[in-house]
Structures are given as C-alpha cells and as structure tokens.
Design a protein around this ligand. Structure first.
Ligand SMILES: [Zn+2]
Length: 492
C-alpha cells in the first residue's frame, strides 16, 4: 500500500468539531485494485460536516458515488445518506459530501449523553462505487470512528474574522490559502477552480472589486460582529473578502464557500459549469437576505437595485397605466450583426413594444382586451449597474445558441440619460470596473474576469487562480464580454 502525506484540515473554532484525536496525522489513503483514494478534508460548520474525497486514479470512468452512514453514539438511529456524484472535469477528481445532523437529532444526542461529557462517539462509513466500463462495484472499506466534541461555547457569537486572530488562521487553513511569494500580479489573490467552477470564481472576483460593497464589509464597524453562524452566506463571503484583501495570500481554494452555496441550492452542490448571471443574482439575493436578517441593512438594495417604469397605452382610447419594477441586472438583447455598440443595445430598451393578438392588454377604460403599446424606461438608476449581454438564446429548434457579436462598450463615461430621462446628466454617467467574459461554446465554455482596482486604477485579468496585469486596450474589442459592471460616477 502506498503511503502519502495526509491532507486534512478541519475547523476547531465551531461549536461542534472534530477532536484532537482526529487531528493526529493519520493516513486515510487506501488502495483498491490499484486505485487510490484519499479522504481529503473534513471540516464542520455548525452541525454540518463537509468533506471531499480525491480519487487519484483516472483509470475508471465517469461515475464515482459516495455512500455514508453515521452511527451516532451507538444507541440512536443511523443516518444513511447517499449522494451520487458524477464528475465532468478530469482535472479535479474531487467528490464532495455533506453530513448533516439536524437540530432534533442533536438535541436527542445532548439529552442522552453522559451529562459530564461533551464527547459523542460516532462511526462514519464511506462506500465508494467505481464504474469501470459500466460495471459498478462498491468498496466498503472506508469506515472510521470519529468523536464529535461539543464545546459549550458561549463566546461563539463574538467570533468575527475582522476581530479574532486565531479565527483568521483557522479560516486560512479551511481555504488552504497559499502564501504570497509566487508570481501573482499586485496584491490580488486568485481562486482555484474546483472543476467547472469558473462561473463562481468570476462572479466573486467581480463582486469583490465592487468597492462600495467591499468597503462596507471591511471598513464598516457594523460588520465587525458578523459572527460565525450556521451556513450563512454573508459570513462565508466576509471570510473570502478578508482572505482576498489581507495581502497575505496568492491563491485560495474556495471549497468552504462552494459547499455553503451548494447547501443553499442543489445546482451548486456538484462541480459543474453554471451560468454566471444566474449565480450572481442568487448570491446577491442571499447576501441581501442575510444582511437584512442580521444587520437590518439594505445595502444590497441601495447599491444594486434600479427601477424600471413601464407605461402601457391603449391604442383605442389612449388610456395608459404605469408600472414600476425592480431590476438588479439590465438584460440587453444583442442585434444579429458582426459588431455593434452598447448604446445600440440600450436603444432597444426604449423601443415601443406592440401588444397585439395573443399579447393584447386589458384596458380598464375600454373594459376589454385591446391592442396596446408598451414603453420601458429606467426610472431609477442603481449605483452599481450590471448589464447582461444576452448572448445565449434558444433557436427555432429549441437549442441554445451563443451570439458572438462584438459589442463595443465604453470604459469611461457610459451615459444612460436616454434610457433614464428622469436622471440628471450627472447621475447618468458610469465608469466600468469589471467585465465577466465567456469564452467558447455554451456547453464547453470558460469564464474569466477583467477587474479594475479602485485604488491603483489598474486593470487585472483574472482567470481563476491566475491573475495578470492587463492594459485597458484588451477591454476595447472584446467579443467575449457577457456581464458588464459599471459604477455611477457621482454615487453618493
Ligand atoms: Zn382603452
């Protein structure tokens, strides 16, 4: 049997954690028919333990499943869980798992345990399924006894990455932060691709360079006591911001963040490519919910929310009605030409849409369905304007196709006054600070990001963990641009 150094990290700072016994160097590498499996890491957040298994042999194909059970302190029921994981990316053969002990089960555990002890023995068994040329076999040889130690930790709530040094060290461990020293542009920290997760990395990189939001987290007194709590995205986001901006690390591996979002939404559990735009909306939504709940602060709304005003006019009687609707992202269709400007795309926003036939509109004046026209304009501009260029659309055969039209966008002085007549010319001016690019086809694409550092006014090209300086002329004719991030010039 081959022996390799153990790769594990765990989080001891949380209320429920693995004991010292587990921390001891222990080799979990197993050999099965010359296939090597290593239990890569386990860490806990609250009462959920996360882990990953790395399979070091690529001799088998397509499917690896992980089955596990927790035998809690002998007498109670066994939790059987099963997650079948398919991997799409041959670069990383990491399969993630999640063991959740529900609050009810935890309470039961606490009530039956010896009152003098805060230790719960538990046995976790893993079974790994290999598929070789479509023949599957299960290997059950991965059982271990763990001891869960419950800390009677009352100071837990005061732990914040902005205040607690020991906690920072722990978080850096969880993220397996690689210290600075390797060639990386400026002070920017790269994010390792976990296999198809460039959609997540690109969105994180753009958001982290959204200076009013990042300043809010790092400079605001209010955020210093955003503390460790169960699976709160904002807490993990703050950990990420700290690691990326503390100027100590060149690369981090965003597994803890990925696992938290995978817990919140199933589609993010596995490592596979997703749409960056959808993920951006998901993340802003959860950040907003968390910040409202913990801090009652509407900062996400203040920064990112704009308002549309749509006016529908009856073509028979000229009666009109006005509706207001919030937007987080301005989605613009791209004309089918080889090249156009962002202003061309914006013009379509204000074009009258005629409502006829099946889309006729109920006029409250005529009291019947009437032909109408609908006009959309922006009523309130957001401080941070995110524009999605609608590159992906269904064709007549209902297949998704990508539009590669070169859209020329201004880096400085994007003026939106035409789309938002109620704004003053001062308010309507925007500066670009980030672009998310999508290269390749829909199914086989890759996301990268251009980001501008607000202090150095320097552009960077972020390609997952690789960060390079780049000249702004690289932004000028960029047919891969998918999401554009602008900041209002006179945002107060
Ligand atoms: Zn009418």
């Amino acid at each position: 049997m081959t022996v390799s150094s153990e790769k594990q990290s765990m989080n001891q700072e949380y209320s429920l954690c693995m004991p010292k016994d587990f921390e001891r160097s222990r080799n979990l590498l197993q050999q099965v028919y010359e296939k090597q499996v290593v239990l890569e890491y386990i860490f806990t957040r609250g009462i959920t333990a996360y882990g990953g298994i790395r399979v070091n042999n690529r001799g088998f194909e397509k499917e690896v499943s992980v089955k596990y059970s927790i035998d809690q302190w002998k007498t109670a029921s066994v939790i059987h869980a099963y997650h079948s994981i398919f991997y799409y990316d041959s670069n990383t053969n990491l399969f993630q798992f999640k063991l959740t002990i529900t609050i009810d089960e935890l309470l039961l555990m606490l009530s039956t345990k010896d009152s003098t002890s805060s230790i719960l023995p538990m046995s976790i068994s893993f079974a790994i399924c290999y598929a070789v040329h479509e023949h599957k076999f299960w290997d059950n040889n991965y059982s271990r006894d763990y001891i869960l130690e419950i800390e009677e930790n009352t100071e837990k709530r005061s732990k914040s990455i902005l205040l607690d040094d020991a906690f920072r060290v722990q978080i850096a461990k969880d993220y397996r932060a690689i210290s600075h020293g390797s060639a990386q542009a400026g002070i920017v920290c790269g994010l390792k691709n976990l296999g198809g997760t460039c959609f997540m990395n690109s969105v994180l990189q753009s958001l982290l360079f959204t200076s009013p939001l990042t300043s809010y987290f790092l400079l605001n007194e209010d955020t210093k006591n955003i503390s460790v709590s169960n699976e709160i995205i904002v807490n993990e986001y703050l950990n990420l911001i700290y690691l990326l901006f503390c100027k100590k690390y060149a690369v981090i591996i965003p597994v803890p963040f990925k696992q938290i979002i995978g817990h919140m939404q199933d589609i993010y559990f596995e490592n596979q490519q997703q749409d960056a735009h959808e993920f951006l909306l998901f993340l802003l939504d959860y950040l907003h919910e968390d910040l409202i709940r913990i801090k009652s602060t509407p900062i996400i709304v203040d920064l990112f929310h704009g308002t549309y005003k749509s006016t529908t006019t009856c073509l028979d009687c000229e009666h009109f009605s006005v509706n207001f609707e919030t937007f987080v992202c301005l989605t613009l269709p791209i004309p089918l030409t080889s090249q156009c400007t962002l202003e061309d795309c914006l013009q379509h926003l204000n074009e009258d849409e005629y409502l006829a036939d099946d889309s006729r509109w109920f006029c409250s004046e005529c009291q019947r369905l009437c032909n109408g026209k609908k006009r959309l304009e922006i009523y309130k501009l957001p401080k941070i304007l995110i524009i999605q260029l609608k590159r992906f659309q269904l064709n007549h055969e209902f297949n998704w196709i990508k539009n590669d039209t070169l859209v020329l966008y201004p880096v400085d002085n994007l003026c939106l006054q035409q789309s938002c007549p109620s704004a003053s010319s001062q308010q309507a001016l925007y500066t670009l600070y980030s672009v998310i690019n999508h290269q390749g086809s829909l199914n086989d694409g890759h996301y990268t990001t251009f980001c501008r550092d607000n202090e150095q006014l320097q552009w960077f090209e972020c390609d997952d963990e690789k960060i390079k300086y780049c000249n702004s002329d690289k932004l000028d004719s960029n047919s891969n641009a998918y999401l554009l991030f602008y900041i209002m010039k006179n945002a107060t």
